[in-house]
Structures are given as C-alpha cells and as structure tokens.
Design a protein around this ligand. Structure first.
Ligand code: MGD
Ligand code: MGD
Ligand code: SF4
Ligand code: MO
Length: 751
C-alpha cells in the first residue's frame, strides 16, 4: 500500500497506481511530498507491467500540476468565463437541459462520451445512471471513431460485444498484425503493458511477427516481415487468405467443429477473391498471401489481429469479421496462443444466454444511419445538431471528449457546436470543444481519484485485477466525476431533489443493481435477500461499493460468503500492486450468446456487404490516400499541454514517399497544401520511403491554434488538425464508423 520513508527534509510517501492514460494499464510508483509529486517510476512489483512505463506515464506528474487545468466550475457569458459554485453550476445545467427537454423532448439532448471516460472508474460506473435518467436516444461516443466495427462483428458472431477475441500474445508463435502499431500506441483491444518486450519474447521463442500496414512503422521495423497494403483493401487480402485456406484444404476447425454456422457460405463467398485477383488491388504479392495463409494454418499457435487501420475505414466491420473468420478456420479461436476471451474479475454471469442484436433498432434522423450498440455514429453528430425539424439536437453534454478536434470534418462540427442552444462539458481543460460549453464542470486529477480498469481487463491478455486508491485526497472544493454525473442525473429529472442528492441516488444505484442480480439464475446470489446483500456493502459508497459488488459476485468472487477465499475489494486493497488471476482459458461454448448457440461465420448482415467489396475489384483508383498515425508522446488530442510531451521537434508532419514528393515538386521541409472534399490545410512534409507511394500519413489530435481555449503550452505547439480533411460522409456502412484512414486527398506544393 503506502509506506513512508524519510528523505532529506520532508517525508516522502510512495503510492502505487495504475496509469489511466492508455489501454496498457501500467503500474506507477508515485513518490510524493505533501501535495506535490516528486517522482514517478514504473512499479516493478506490478505483476502485469513489471516496472515498464512509457513517457506518458511520467507525464502524469505534469498533468497533475498543470496550471491550465480547470479547478472550478465555470459558466460562460459570451466570451467571458466566470467561476461559480457547484450549486450555481448545477442549477444552470438543470435550467439549460430541462428547457431543451421540455420544449423539444428528450432526444433533443445529446451526449458525447470521449475516450478518457473508459479510463475512469467513476464514469464507467455512473454514466449509465445519467443516461438512464436522461432517456435520450441521441448517444454518441468515440467508439464510432474507433473500435465499434469490432464490437459489432463480435456481437454478430459470438452474441455479445462484451466478448471480444483478444490475442494471447505471450503464448503465440505467429502474429499477423494488420493496421496496428502497438509500439507507438501501446496496444489496443489487447491490454498488455510493455509490448516491445512481449514482441521480443515472441521472437526469442522462435515465433514470427508479420505486419500489414501502408507505413513501415516502428512495429513493422521490429517485425520479421512487413508488407505495404493499399489503404482500405484489407478485406481483399483477408478473403485471399480465406480462399487459400479452402483451396489448399487447410481449414481446421479443431474443437470448434460443433459450434460453427456458415462454413459453406464463407467458402462460396471467398471464391471471387483468389490471391492472384486481390493481389493487384491490395499490393501484397499473391505468393505472399498464400504463404501467410499456410503459415497461419500450420503454426500450432497463431493469431490474426486487426486494429485501428482495419476498423476506421470503409470496410471496418467486414475486416473485423474476416479477421476472426481466419482465426476460426485456422483453429486459433479460443485456443491458447491464438485469440481468447478474457474472464475479468468484474464479469457478471449473464442472465439471458441469448441476446438480440443491438443494431438498426432505429436510425439517425437525418441520414438514416443504423443505430449501433445503442449509439448513433459520431459522423452524424453535426448534421443532427444543424438540421431543423422534429428531433433536432438542441443541447449537448460532452463528457471527456474533444470532438471538435477528434471527429471527422471538424470544421462542420465546430460550426454546429457553436449553434447548439446549450452545452455542458465535463472536462479538465478549457479546450477546442469545451470552449463552446455554457457550463464547464471540472474533474479531479487522476491522482485524486481511485482507479480500476473495469473496461480494459475485459480486453487484457491475462486476467488481471488491480485497484488503486487515490494518491491525494480530493481537494475541498472538487467533486469526484461520479458525483458530478449523479448531479447531472438529478438535473435532467422532472422533479428537483432536495438534500444529499448524491447519497440518495447512489443508494438507489446499488440497490437496483442487487435487485437485478438476485433475479439472475446464473448469479451466485440468485434469490438471496437484497437487503441482506446491501447491508454487507454498507461500509463503502460510490464507485468502491459498486466495484466491491461486481468483484464479489464475479467469477473469482467471494460470492457474499459462499466462496470465503474469493475476491472482494478488501482483498484487492491488500494487493496494492495488483493481482494476476492467470492466463486466458478457453471459454467456448460458455460465452456464446447467439440465438443458435454457435459462432455465426456468415450472418446475412455481413455477407450481403460482400458485393460492395467485389465491386472494388473493377474500380480504378489512383487517388492519394491519407492515413493516420500515433506517436508515443501523444494521447489523442489532450496531452499536448504538457511540456515534457511536446518538447523537441515538431511531430505534426505529413509523411510522403520520395516518388510522390518528387512528382509534386516537394523537398524536405517544404509545406504541402493538402485538400479534401471538406477542407484544406498546410503542413510541413517529411519525405521518407517508410510509407508506400500513393499514401500519406498525418497524426491526429493537433490544431491547437483556436481562440478561446486555455492551453498555454499546446497553443505554442499547435500543429494542424487532420480532421479538417476527414469527411463525415465517409463511413463503414454497417457500423456507421467514421473513415479516418484512407481518405482521398489532393496535394500541391505551397509556393
Ligand atoms: N483523424 C483521426 N481522428 C481520430 C483518430 C485517428 O486515428 N485519426 N482516432 C480516434 C480515436 S481512436 C479516438 S478514441 C478519438 C478520441 O476522441 P475524443 O475522446 O473525443 O478526444 P480526446 O482527444 O481523447 O479528448 C479527451 C478529452 O477528455 C478530457 N479528459 C481527460 N481526462 C478526463 C477525465 O478523467 N474526465 C473527464 N471528464 N475528461 C477528461 C480531455 O481534456 C479531453 O478534452 O479520436 C478519434 N479521432
Ligand atoms: N501514443 C499514443 N498511444 C495511443 C493513442 C495515442 O493517441 N497516442 N491513442 C489510443 C487510442 S484511443 C487507440 S484507439 C489506440 C489505437 O492503437 P492502434 O490500433 O495500434 O493504432 P495506430 O497506432 O493508429 O495504428 C494504426 C495503423 O494502421 C495503419 N493503417 C492505416 N490505414 C490502414 C489500412 O487501410 N490498412 C492497414 N492494414 N493499415 C492501415 C496506420 O498506418 C497505422 O500504422 O491507441 C491508443 N494509444
Ligand atoms: S503505456 Fe499507457 S498505461 Fe503504460 S505508462 Fe504509457 S500511457 Fe500509461
Ligand atoms: Mo481510440
């Protein structure tokens, strides 16, 4: 836990905490003196990260003390912000949201949930309370700028988006990595600290890493083989693999043989995509496609893994589906060293085995885009705010998001944000998005709140449980994020509540949860007395109580006395470095929740889209395509205000191949004018042969030159916003996910 040691002068306290910045969940060892962080290093005793840390881990120190961080609730009056009490802030929130609801109905209030909300225990546990109280359909999140295609394909194939196949990277001998760059991103949908070490270990045990990416990334440079691929053509490549597996009799379903539907359909569908046909389009030699298929089939443990580059493009859902078809056909799904389903400590036994697909139950109002897993794609947000008529979005609550920079066609979204009647931001910065808010509600620093990666242990390569206490007490005038969310839940309700709103709603939250759980025949507390269970949780409140409940009813839990050696929050508190609950174990058929009880390899919603892919075989295209990239010292748009992360050379440059640079007359250091349907930008070029011809790359999250923000450091290192070029009209038609990679552009030299 915490120990005090005497250093010169003041006593130094050492605390342990998981880093909340990315999916890798590294353990931090944080040295503090009074209210100051003196030093952060990797926690060597963390059983998962074993002392590993990336540069962002250290930056939590600067984040905590950033003078630009917002510390008081603020209300905007024209261009001026005024600090107000929480009471006044909430009463203004109530006024603004209630008047939108009363005049236009609940759907007129939209919610946008940004990426850090899934790295925040309080919001993960209490956002649902706010959303239920609001009852709006207008829910948007960064998921439709990211991984929702994978969630949707898993919901279709396995029956639930809570079950995503995760690479069992520590036990594999072959890793085919498509459109991911974990040495920069630290891994995604694959929670695993210290990817460099894990990839090194793969090599040391004689395994092989093959990377498919239009850029020779730092991960590709560490691979045994790297192949450039024309952006957006991964589905062709994947079908080429599938074709080969059938053609050469390499299909081996292993123990899944009784749990597969649609094998023949897949075979039939693949017939149009022989390697010699797809090779021309995707740029990977046909012999290579065949060889990769053979290697995947013959390795005793092999993984096909696709990420960002495969999701955020026109065939996002198809790629996500086909990656797992490859894993199934090669016997690597639910197979150690292949892709596996984690069994997280907070998992609740599912009450209904069969779930109906959460897709297209309603459509967006303007473009009629299908709902996806309860959300409307972010690509529709601006038009839903701007287009008059019944159901128009009139108010917005933005939680941990910066869509003004992160969403496609940002200019359009920015102008829509300007017009919305009322907006609330829950955020730590006055930035490109929160500057539009009428009320800005600040959140604690990561060191002032507790943490448990309730989302990412669902995606982890081992079963892990790690609870961290806050390093510092919550400052006197700061509310925790869960408390803010409960106040918001109250604010959207018809009746104003009196007294201690947070406690009342929190009591209700836990009680509802218990009542629901005891009705579930698969739960260890089925038909137990709700009051008794509640009484056993009474000495905690807030996220700790909910977390304790989830842990206790979870697969390793103490089951409220039935399994006395099992897990609870009390046990986790005795393990401040976290607990390793073991390697991933096979979970089929237990996890299958499809109506058939089988893996749906060829669901009609997926197969009928294949015609669209087939048509690309005949199309001519020689446009230049823009893709994105990440670098170790960024985190989407919001850490550029920390000097330690922006010092050194400017990183917001357009990577371009030397042959393309030559044809546009561009020399190293020149500025290029880059245009798309939606906008144009000027950006310095970086000429390199690490990118394939016909493709250029630019990172996202920059463009901090907008007025009305309070980002002293970031505005000095502004860069340009790539999302002025991405186009909200370009989406993956099944999931509605934005196309952020493979955007057609035109380049000119700036004279
Ligand atoms: N062109 C292009 N665009 C992209 C991408 C790309 O690769 N290329 N990537 C996409 C992806 S994968 C994602 S996930 C999105 C991210 O898009 P967003 O989630 O919209 O944006 P972020 O940059 O993550 O901004 C996070 C916001 O949360 C605030 N914040 C940080 N911590 C907390 C907290 O604890 N509580 C609260 N309430 N607020 C907090 C920050 O100040 C910031 O305003 O961007 C997407 N946009
Ligand atoms: N340092 C850092 N780490 C981060 C983040 C960050 O901003 N900075 N963001 C976090 C977030 S929110 C996420 S979602 C994850 C994402 O983590 P990753 O999925 O690893 O994402 P990227 O690093 O963007 O890598 C995507 C790769 O896809 C390639 N690509 C583009 N188009 C195509 C295509 O059509 N086909 C193929 N095969 N490849 C293509 C790009 O060149 C790029 O190398 O990273 C997380 N970690
Ligand atoms: S890899 Fe991710 S979790 Fe680990 S220190 Fe870096 S930002 Fe934090
Ligand atoms: Mo993301």
């Amino acid at each position: 836990m915490e120990k005090s040691e005497k250093s010169i002068g003041k006593p130094t306290k050492i605390s342990y905490r998981t880093c909340p910045l990315c999916e890798a969940t590294c353990g931090l060892e944080i040295h503090t003196q009074e209210e100051k962080v003196v030093h952060i290093k990797g926690d060597k005793l963390d059983p998962f990260s074993k002392g590993y840390l990336c540069p962002k881990g250290y930056s939590v120190k600067e984040l905590h003390s950033d003078p630009d961080r917002v510390l008081k609730p603020m209300i905007r009056n024209g261009e001026k912000w005024q600090e107000v009490s929480w009471e006044d802030a909430f009463s203004e929130v109530r006024r603004g949201l209630r008047s939108a609801i009363e005049e236009y109905g609940k759907n007129a209030v939209a919610v946008y949930l940004g990426n850090p909300s899934v790295h925040n225990l309080g919001s993960m546990l209490y956002v649902p309370n706010f959303l239920r109280a609001l009852g709006s359909r207008s829910i948007f999140s960064a998921s439709t700028l990211d991984q929702i295609p994978k969630q949707l394909s898993s919901e279709i194939m396995f029956g639930s988006d809570a079950n995503l196949p995760i690479p069992d990277i520590d036990h594999t001998n072959y890793l085919l990595m498509i459109g991911a760059n974990p040495l920069a991103s630290n891994g995604s949908l694959m929670t695993a600290p210290n990817m460099r070490e894990r990839l090194k270990a793969l090599k040391e045990r004689g395994g092989k890493l093959v990377v498919i990416d239009p850029v020779r990334t730092i991960t590709a440079k560490q691979a045994d083989e790297h192949y450039f691929i024309r952006p957006g053509t991964d589905a062709l490549f994947l079908f080429g693999l599938i074709y080969t597996l059938f053609e050469e009799g390499l299909v081996n379903l292993g123990k899944l043989v009784d749990y597969i539907n649609g094998l023949d359909e897949i075979k039939n569908l693949s017939e149009d995509f022989a390697p010699e046909i797809v090779s021309v389009k995707c740029g990977i030699p046909e012999d290579t496609i065949r060889r990769i298929a053979r290697e995947l089939a013959s390795s005793p443990q092999a993984i096909a893994y696709g990420r960002m580059g495969t999701c955020t493009q026109p065939f996002g859902t198809m790629n996500s589906w086909l990656v797992d078809v490859v894993n199934v056909l090669t016997g690597n799904l639910d197979h150690p060293g292949g892709v596996m389903f984690p069994n997280p400590a907070t998992r609740r036994a599912s009450s209904k085995r069969v779930r109906s697909l959460r897709h297209n139950r309603f459509q967006s109002r303007v473009r009629k885009i299908p709902e996806v897993l309860g959300e409307i794609p972010v690509a529709c947000l601006a038009e839903e705010m701007e287009t008059p008529g019944e159901g128009q979005i009139k108010a917005l609550v933005s939680i941990a998001g910066n869509p003004a920079l992160s969403a496609p066609n940002s200019k359009h979204l920015q102008s829509a944000l300007e017009k919305v009647d009322f907006m609330v931001s829950i955020d730590c910065y006055l930035n490109e998005t929160s500057r539009y808010a009428n009320v800005l509600l600040p959140v604690p620093s990561p060191l002032e709140r507790s943490h448990y990666d309730i989302t990412f242990y669902n995606l982890a390569i081992r079963n892990i449980a790690h609870y961290s206490k806050p390093v510092f007490d919550l400052p006197a005038e700061q509310l925790d994020e869960w408390q803010i969310l409960l106040h918001l839940a109250e604010a959207v309700g018809e009746e104003k509540m009196e007294g201690d709103i947070v406690s009342k709603l929190d009591e209700l939250a836990i009680y509802e949860l218990i009542k629901h759980e005891i009705k579930n025949p698969n739960s260890p507390i089925y038909e137990q007395n709700a009051m008794e269970i509640n009484a056993m949780l009474m000495d905690r409140k807030g996220p700790e109580r909910l977390l304790d409940f989830y842990l206790r009813v979870g697969p390793y839990g103490e089951h409220f006395g039935k399994n006395p050696d099992g897990l609870s929050l009390t046990i986790l508190e005795k393990h401040p470095h976290g607990m390793d609950l073991g390697a991933l174990q096979p979970r089929i058929p237990e996890i299958l929740q499809t109506p058939s009880g089988k893996i749906e390899l060829a669901a009609p919603i997926l197969t009928k889209d294949v015609e669209r892919l087939r048509q690309t075989l005949d199309s001519k295209d020689n446009t230049i395509l823009l893709v994105g990239r990440r670098d170790l010292r960024s985190n989407n748009s919001w850490l550029h205000n920390l000097p330690v992360l922006v010092k050194g050379e400017d990183r917001c440059k357009l990577m371009i191949h030397s042959s393309d640079a030559e044809s546009f007359g561009l020399l190293q250091g020149d500025k290029a004018l880059v245009k798309s349907r939606t906008g144009k930008i000027e950006v310095p070029v970086e000429i390199t042969d690490d990118i394939m011809p016909g493709t250029v790359s630019l990172p996202h999250g920059w463009g901090h030159n907008l007025s009305g923000t309070r980002l002293g450091v970031a505005s000095q290192h502004d860069g340009v916003n790539v999302n002025l070029l991405t186009d909200e009209q370009l989406i993956d038609p099944i999931s509605g996910n934005a196309v952020l990679n493979g955007v057609p552009i035109i380049i000119e030299k700036v004279s």
